[in-house]
Design a protein around this ligand. Structure first.
Ligand code: ADP
Ligand code: MG
Length: 290
């Protein structure tokens, strides 16, 4: 590739809001056999709202929401923002949080006014018995909603349901990738039922769910081994290592510093159609060169 053609291609892409940080990305992207996407904040808007708080009989709504929102006020995760917003809507004032700890990709724990509170996935609350909640939860997860659980003083107190709508362009972008002969995959830390439901709505070929942040790197290696060149599209929340590992890392949405640092391509404005524009620009540039 000549430096001049790379420069021209990079400049044209920038006019479309697609920033190639290095010439390398522009040259590699046209080889992509698979585009893998993060779910939360990438295929979805990443602005979930709490829709249901399903309580164990021994706990009350405001008590649980107060405790959980207090802990989540210390987390940057989209699920945490949804829970804090619900507490604000209910007019609850948050309590004093001590001994806060966070397990990226599973959940958070802390003490609030002396009580021990944990919020997160089943994995985060490992040893508790979830059977009382199962039927209702599986139905909601089957609609693509995310379900997390709250434990208070080591007892399961509630299931918390949040809905995070898919971005308006996600489905069309997946279809357009398939039309260009490119496979699609989703790599998500969320529960398998939820991830599969969203993937089915969007027509995505392959789903890897309940993947911890470090596991996203493993998942990309295995996609690369199975199919060849892999592009990964993520928002940088818990997936900066994946953006760096992929053959081409594409950062979308949040525009956090860590996402931009880790990525080869940055999509301004957060529209996933930028993925198609980026591939088009890469193909056009490399065609001119040959
Ligand atoms: P994704 O891959 O979908 O972007 P993450 O890896 O960020 O998801 O998180 C995976 C899962 O971990 C979430 O679906 C949720 O169940 C749980 N989780 C992570 N952080 C939190 C938090 N602060 N509060 C509640 N649950 C959390
Ligand atoms: Mg994400």
């Amino acid at each position: 590739a000549t430096p001049m053609s790379i420069m021209v291609g990079t400049g044209r892409a920038a006019q479309l809001g697609v920033l190639f940080r290095k010439g390398e990305g522009l040259q590699q992207l046209q080889k992509a056999r698979v585009v893998a996407f993060d779910k939360t904040g990438t295929l979805t808007q990443g602005k979930p709202a709490m829709t249901d708080l399903i309580l164990d009989d021994d706990f009350t709504h405001d008590e649980v929401l107060f405790l959980v929102a207090s802990v989540e006020s210390r987390s940057e995760h989209p699920v945490a923002h949804a829970i804090v917003a619900a507490a604000e809507r209910a007019g609850l004032k948050l309590g004093t949080v001590t001994e806060f700890s966070s397990n990226p990709g599973t959940g958070v724990s802390a003490r609030v006014d002396g009580r021990l509170v944990s919020v997160g996935s089943r994995r985060h609350l490992g040893h508790l018995d979830f059977s009382d909640f199962s039927d209702a939860i599986d139905r909601l997860a089957g609609e693509g909603k995310t379900v997390v659980y709250a434990a208070i003083d080591d007892r399961l107190a509630a299931a918390i349901v949040v809905a995070d709508p898919v971005r308006p362009t996600s489905k069309a972008v997946i279809a357009a990738l398939h039309a260009r002969g490119i496979k699609t995959a989703m790599i998500s830390g969320d529960n398998a039922i939820t991830a599969r439901a969203i993937a089915a709505q969007l027509g995505i070929d392959e789903v890897r769910a309940e993947v911890l942040p470090a596991g996203k790197v493993e998942a990309l290696r295995s996609l690369h081994a199975d199919h060849g060149t892999v592009a990964y599209v993520g928002d940088g929340i818990n997936d900066a290592p994946a953006l760096a590992e992929a053959d081409i890392g594409i950062a979308v949405g949040s525009g956090t510093d860590v996402a931009i640092e880790s990525a080869d391509v940055v999509l301004l404005g957060g529209d996933l159609k930028g993925v198609l524009n980026a591939i088009t620009m890469s193909r056009a540039t490399m065609r001119n060169i040959r």
